[in-house]
Design a protein around this ligand. Structure first.
Ligand code: FAD
Length: 153
């Protein structure tokens, strides 16, 4: 429910007086203390301090400082649909789980999204803007045979 949690945080911050802008921020250029940032539409914002919480995009934002330190790799997430009325994979029957032997983990069927399973191992290098959002056939097959096979046991 991360999306909803982020929205709730924004709403609360705005209620407390924060000004919220949703915009693309251009990578800062130049040297010395940063005084302002510019959005894609040319709006300039000045502040004493800036926090860049850009996740996997940080390497693109600051290629010289952090570009060689971040290793952004692909990870695939699977949501398996469940048979109607099957409550074995929903709370309270199934908690969030983690298998330490192969770094796979998942969430139970929350709000009917299905059973989530993902592999936390490092994948191939990926560009967060251009990488494919489609899971590979190979991974889907692995997930089905290994993990769901394990559940059945
Ligand atoms: C496949 C996968 C599955 C995961 N599953 C789980 C899970 O089940 N549970 C869990 O707790 N965590 C999970 N995580 C981890 C979780 O998603 C991250 O830890 C979390 O999203 C990091 O938050 P963040 O705010 O640092 O970065 P992000 O959520 O990546 O947010 C960065 C934001 O910066 C924005 N941005 C980038 N560049 C710019 C720019 N120039 N201008 C403006 N905005 C910009 C991006 O659009 C993005 O919205 C998963 C991660 C992956 C990749």
């Amino acid at each position: 429910m991360a999306r909803r949690a982020v929205s709730a945080t924004v709403e609360e911050a705005v209620r407390l007086g924060v000004t919220f802008r949703h915009a693309f921020v251009e990578a800062p250029t130049g040297k010395g203390a940063l005084r302002s940032v510019r959005t894609g539409s040319g709006e300039e914002t000045y502040a004493g301090q800036f926090v860049f919480a850009c996740g996997a995009w940080l390497a693109k934002m600051f290629p010289e400082i952090i570009g060689k330190r971040l290793f952004v790799t692909r990870q695939e997430v699977f949501y398996f649909g469940l048979p109607a009325g099957d409550t074995r994979f929903a709370p309270p029957a199934l908690p969030t789980f983690l298998f330490q032997n192969d770094e796979s983990y998942g969430m139970p069927d929350i709000e009917s999204r299905g059973l989530k399973i993902a592999l936390d191992a490092h994948g191939v290098p990926a560009d967060p803007d251009t990488q494919s959002r489609v899971v590979s056939e190979k991974s889907a097959k692995e997930m089905r045979s290994t993990l769901l096979g394990g559940f059945r046991r």
